[in-house]
Design a protein around this ligand. Structure first.
Ligand code: DC
Length: 227
């Protein structure tokens, strides 16, 4: 791709929890000078709102009603404001981890999030978005589609390290069990399950360094590698 078209590139990154999507996507965005959006953070913020309002997920009308009066803003791709309040730290807490997959399986929630994400994408010249349904649903017209994966053990190790840095001390087994359960729900739901779309570049990050993964993506985008 030419330098000019790179500033307008649309890149989709999908994959399960702990595959390294956020850190890698943020760096690729920085290197290419394009916008970055962590869509998981948006599902997390909605989950927090429904938890705070104690909405039973079976009450779909109530869920719709709460969604209608919820405002969600994402700054710099990752800083999340829920009804004006900065909830960036709280959405990474265990109570949100435990409920985010069932919440994001609700079609009402997905419809609203996809609409917001598509609005953000349409306003950005170039963007890299990461989540579970980016290539399949949010940006089916993306110029490049990547699917990042890693072994469950490695993903659990990474999440455990991240959580330790935030002062949360969970055993590797606990983190692995939570990720496995989220994988099961995210991949098994009816509405836009996590999937590898045709034409996606699949990158197994288990034994690759952060720099290697970033370089692999940049090489594809810059046209230095064909798969
Ligand atoms: O990437 P993450 O772990 O922060 O995502 C949290 C949850 O949000 C994940 O378990 C499933 C859901 N999600 C989704 O359904 N679709 C997306 N595009 C992004 C996240």
């Amino acid at each position: 791709m030419s330098l000019n078209s790179i500033s307008h590139v649309k890149i989709a990154i999908d994959g399960p929890a702990g595959a390294g999507k956020s850190t890698v996507a943020r760096e690729v965005a920085r290197r290419l000078g394009i916008k970055y959006l962590d869509t998981g953070a948006m599902y997390r913020a909605v989950t927090l709102k429904l938890l705070r309002e104690q909405v039973p997920l079976s009450d779909r009308e109530k869920v719709e009603e709460v969604l209608k009066r919820t405002s969600l803003d994402v700054e710099n791709g990752q800083r999340v404001f829920l009804d004006g309040e900065d909830v960036t730290a709280e959405i990474r807490q265990p109570h949100v981890n435990a409920h985010v997959s069932p919440v994001s399986a609700l079609p009402e929630v997905r419809r609203r999030m996809v609409q917001l994400q598509q609005d953000i994408a349409s306003r950005a010249p170039g963007i890299i978005m990461e989540g579970r349904d980016i290539a399949s649903k949010v940006m089916p017209d993306a110029d490049f589609r990547f699917y990042l994966d890693a072994s469950l053990e490695e993903r659990a190790r990474r999440r455990q390290k991240e959580q330790r840095e935030r002062g949360l001390h969970l055993s590797l087994e606990e983190v692995a069990a939570e990720i496995k359960e989220r994988d099961r729900i995210d991949s098994g739901r009816d509405d836009s399950p996590l999937t590898i779309v045709p034409g996606a570049f699949v990158i197994d990050t288990t034994t690759r360094t952060f720099d290697q993964v970033v370089e692999a993506i940049l090489n594809v985008v810059r046209g230095n590698r064909k798969e």
